[in-house]
Design a binder for this molecule. Structure first.
Ligand SMILES: CCC/C=C/C(=O)SCCNC(=O)CCNC(=O)[C@H](O)C(C)(C)COP(=O)([O-])OP(=O)([O-])OC[C@H]1O[C@@H](n2cnc3c(N)ncnc32)[C@H](O)[C@@H]1OP(=O)([O-])[O-]
Ligand SMILES: Cc1cc2nc3c(=O)[nH]c(=O)nc-3n(C[C@H](O)[C@H](O)[C@H](O)COP(=O)(O)OP(=O)(O)OC[C@H]3O[C@@H](n4cnc5c(N)ncnc54)[C@H](O)[C@@H]3O)c2cc1C
Length: 671
């Protein structure tokens, strides 16, 4: 694939690549999950990227809002048609996992650029049917939805409530006479607001609504609701639906609004895997009333994968650019160095490369936990649901925050050119930062993790056995740092000790407020800034541990292991130095330890510097997926920037219309 590997590259990048100390392909295989998967991914990329239908007539930034939507919808539909019409393709792409990559942060970002109008159909509508529907419901709805005969979204958030699900106002009232549910939006704040694809694309939605039957409310439940006519695509009588207007990014996801006026749907449209309403209106409770939140748990895990893939793209662009860009003087009189020579630039970029691996190892672990726990749930064992909930909230929040901050660091690391749309860093940023808000706003996610930590801490005090991810909360009094040991194992132990002491302090603060007369909830709010810090420290510890385990377990040649161990070590030290107060206050590390680690970090930056470009090359991101004038394989940065500028519609005429209309009358006013 010329754009990825064989193309001529500039002298700077050629020299960088010649310095590589490890086997790049090994790291590519590790990230993909094996050589076969890498070859498979490349084959799919070749097929889809060779298809001219996925090219844009002009840069989307130059199109109107509606033109952009139509352009992405055209490509999204072509993608599905290409997938459906060809059995080989279906086998090649693979089922859910493959189609999600076409829709999302893998190849998807090269095919549809600023949000795919069909994304929610695959990312949430189908998973909601699979996770919340009975076997019969899955059979009926999946066969229609899989081929695109019907297109759906997930409509939960309302104008008035996104975070607080128990506060949702849309109602689904069962009428046993007609065996129908009546879906209704009683207030303006009950209007569904945000669902992707809802604005103009979908004709169905999984609607989350307060279930009323036999005069009693049973909380939020999922219903399949037809929004638009299957023939005319007009909104159904009793349904008002539209698009919510321009957003910071993801503007072609056509996020929408939706209101219901006493709108009737059949009894069979309540998704009844976990709880049921019998035909006579009797309500049958689920084994756990949070099972109806299951679709969100799934997507939170998926977001961790999106997060590191977006960061991979940003750091590939910024690192290659930093090897091509020369600026200032390091030594007076000598040629201007590559900006990658500056230690401060290395400190911006190399921790982002390490973060990609940290999130990847942790995400793989949470994905395995998700599969295990959901398997247990289907066999009636719900014991590990709280741990899965805490892990998925924590990793979703950590990965989306780290990736967003990291993408912005990469943008800033490219100076002025990073601010240009053609660098693609602005779009990567606006896409990544959305994940901080959607699928559970991050502060709220941290507080869910904190709730689990405090509960577990109290359980430990009572002598109960804790679940694996928090088992360290029983050992906080033991000194993790008895010797001057600063090995990886000792540093992970230091992370554990720091969180453990923080959680114990938080529990004491809570108790203090309660002793002074505060009710638990008020005491909780008074401690919530610190509780969020505990949750963040826990998720960081967890990621560090998975990073160390992941490197130890990976089968790698010596050179490749060395470079990955350096990244792992950088990750461990970097987060200790920026949170050193937690380690010092808990006694997990001394000031002397931190000074040694800071010194070591400087050495690691220098040791990793020669491999920087090869490390991002090993992410194996096709130029079309990077879509950046700064980050291409060949490093031909300046010519690309210039060529892209020439394509601006403003440059198709020498003198703009505005000159004659506004500027000239002003400039010539006194003549
Ligand atoms: C591409 C993507 C596009 C975007 C799509 C979207 O954004 S879609 C829209 C995305 N929208 C969002 O993501 C909305 C975010 N908001 C929410 O998810 C919830 O309202 C909440 C979790 C914040 C609180 O919920 P609440 O007020 O009902 O609960 P509570 O705080 O009173 O806790 C009670 C107990 O329940 C437990 N528990 C809670 N959740 C789960 C779970 N999933 N599983 C298991 N357990 C769970 C909790 O741990 C606690 O246990 P404890 O301690 O008693 O043993
Ligand atoms: C790009 C995008 C796509 C989306 N797609 C969908 C979709 O497809 N389907 C769908 O249903 N929804 C979707 N959403 C909605 C999204 O899930 C919600 O916006 C999100 O859950 C946050 O809820 P909110 O907007 O009500 O924020 P709020 O809860 O109002 O948050 C505002 C502030 O209040 C704080 N806050 C709120 N509650 C608490 C608390 N208990 N403790 C401490 N602080 C608190 C938050 O931390 C935040 O700082 C999307 C949103 C975006 C931005």
């Amino acid at each position: 694939m010329a754009a990825r590997k064989e193309g001529e590259c500039c002298e700077d990048l050629r020299r960088e690549r010649a310095k590589c100390s490890f086997n790049k392909e090994e790291l590519t295989y590790l990230m993909d999950g094996g050589k076969d998967k890498t070859l498979h991914r490349r084959k799919i990329e070749d097929i889809f990227l060779a298809d001219p239908e996925f090219l844009d007539p002009i840069r989307p930034e130059y199109m109107s809002h509606e033109e952009r939507y139509n352009n992405e919808l055209r490509k999204a539909c072509h993608m599905i048609r290409k997938f459906n019409e060809n059995e080989d393709m279906q086998q090649l792409v693979g089922e859910m996992e493959g189609i999600r990559s076409l829709m999302g942060s893998g190849l998807g970002v090269a095919l549809t650029k600023d949000g795919n109008p069909l994304a929610l159909h695959f990312v949430m509508f189908l998973p909601a049917i699979l996770g919340q529907g009975t076997v019969e419901q899955q059979g009926y709805w999946m066969s229609r939805a899989w081929t695109g005969e019907i297109i759906g979204t997930y409509a939960q958030t309302e104008l008035g409530h996104g975070t607080f699900l128990r506060g949702l106002e849309t109602t689904a009232t069962y009428d046993s006479n007609t065996q129908e549910f009546i879906i209704h939006s009683p207030t303006i704040t009950a209007t569904k607001w945000w669902p992707g694809g809802l604005g103009k694309t979908v004709n169905y939605a999984v609607v989350m609504a307060q279930l009323y039957t036999q005069g009693k409310c049973h909380g939020v439940h999922p219903f399949i609701v037809q929004i638009r006519d299957e023939e005319t695509h007009q909104s159904m009588p009793g349904v008002t639906v539209g698009e919510i207007g321009p957003r910071l990014g993801m503007n072609t996801n056509d996020n929408g609004f939706l209101r219901f006026n006493q709108y009737r749907i059949p009894h069979t449209n309540m998704l009844m895997k976990h709880s049921q309403v019998l035909k006579d209106g009797t309500y049958v409770k689920p084994a756990n009333d949070k099972l109806s939140y299951g679709t969100m748990v799934f997507v939170r895990v998926a977001i961790c994968f999106d997060a590191y893939r977006q960061l991979q793209r940003a750091v590939t662009i910024a690192t290659r650019y930093s090897a091509v860009r020369h600026q200032s003087e390091l030594v007076p009189g000598e040629p201007e160095p590559q900006i990658l020579e500056y230690q401060t630039q290395q400190y911006k970029l190399l921790p982002q490369i390490a973060t990609v691996y940290g999130i990847m190892f942790a995400a793989n672990d949470v994905w395995n936990t998700y599969n295990e726990v959901t398997g247990n749930i289907s066999e009636g064992n719900l014991a590990y649901l709280p741990e899965l909930h805490a892990l998925s909230c924590g990793l979703k929040a950590l990965s989306s925050t780290d990736a967003t901050n990291g993408v912005d660091v990469c943008r800033l690391a490219c100076g002025g050119h990073g601010y240009l749309a053609t660098s693609n860093l602005p779009r990567i940023y606006t896409t990544t930062t959305a994940a901080i808000t959607y699928e559970g706003e991050n502060t709220v996610m941290w507080l869910q993790v904190a709730r689990y930590l405090i509960k577990s801490y109290h359980d430990a005090q009572k002598g109960h056995r804790l679940q694996q991810s928090v088992s360290y909360l029983t050992t906080q009094s033991a000194s993790a740092h008895a010797t001057a040991d600063l090995s990886n194992t000792a540093l992970v132990a230091a992370y554990k000790q720091a969180v453990s002491v923080m959680v114990s302090n938080a529990a004491a603060h809570l108790q203090d407020h309660i002793s002074k007369g505060a009710v638990f909830e008020k005491a909780w709010n008074s401690c919530s800034v610190y509780l969020v810090k505990c949750a963040q420290a826990h998720a960081r510890y967890y990621t560090c541990e998975k990073f160390v385990d992941g490197v130890n377990r990976a089968e790698l040649s010596e050179g490749t292991r060395t470079v990955l161990l350096r990244l792992c070590r950088l990750y461990l030290i970097y987060h200790i130095t920026i949170n050193q107060g937690d380690f010092l206050r808990s006694g997990a590390l001394t000031g002397g330890d931190i000074s040694s680690l800071e010194k070591e970090m400087a050495d690691i930056l220098a040791a990793l510097r020669p491999d920087a470009v090869s490390l991002v090359d090993s992410f194996d991101i096709h130029d079309r997926v990077l879509d950046s004038s700064l980050g291409s394989w060949d490093g031909n940065v300046y010519q690309r920037l210039y060529n892209e500028a020439l394509k601006s519609p403003m440059n198709q005429t020498d003198v703009p219309q505005g000159y004659y209309k506004y500027l000239r009358p002003l400039m010539k006013a006194n003549l």
